[in-house]
Design a binder for this molecule. Structure first.
Ligand code: PNS
Length: 163
């Protein structure tokens, strides 16, 4: 049986930290679905379509085992609809733990067949997040090296456009 994992997130936008998780996960799973999912607690800078296009651009289209999709519904329902049973999440410093633990528990309560698996983020990305990257970029700070070049260009375009 194929080991299929779903890696959900806002990906607003995708960062080098996300890419690190994706690259490592591809060594563990037969297929990986990067899912742009709806987080009601966040307002996004990029549209769902823009986020998916950026993910596809930076990850390339050569890896047949990697899929990009979006969902506005319940995560566990999506996971089962794709024949998967693993939710993959990256874990940064301690601050992530409580939120991630709560999400893993609610998802397991919603569907006991779905397990959440965590990968520790690479140390270079331990203290960065899409939110901090957006904040820095919006104020003219350099976020080079934290996001792929294509994302850097899109961030600059967004914020210059808004000035
Ligand atoms: O990158 P984020 O914003 O931390 O990702 C959070 C996300 C999108 C994975 C989470 O909000 C989510 O699972 N949304 C889908 C809706 C859902 O199933 N919610 C119930 C479980 S928390």
């Amino acid at each position: 049986m194929k080991k299929i994992a779903v890696y959900p997130g806002s990906f607003d936008p995708i960062t080098n930290g996300h890419i690190d998780i994706i690259t490592r996960a591809l060594r563990m799973f037969d297929e990986l679905i990067v899912l742009v999912a709806y987080n009601p607690a966040k307002t996004s800078l990029f549209t769902v379509e823009e986020r998916m296009a950026l993910i596809r651009d930076v990850l390339g289209r050569d890896e047949q085992r990697l899929h990009v999709d979006c969902s506005a519904g319940l995560l566990v329902d999506y996971v089962r609809s794709r024949g998967a049973n693993v939710i993959l999440r990256g874990l940064r410093a301690v601050s992530d733990f409580e939120y991630e633990f709560q999400m893993a528990l609610i998802n397991r309560r919603l569907n006991r067949d779905v397990e959440t698996v965590f990968l520790m983020t690479g140390y270079q990305w331990f203290y960065t997040s899409s939110n901090l990257i957006k904040e820095a970029a919006s104020l003219g700070g350099s976020v080079e090296g934290l996001v792929p070049d294509a994302v850097l260009a899109r961030l600059q375009a967004k914020y210059n456009h808004q000035k």
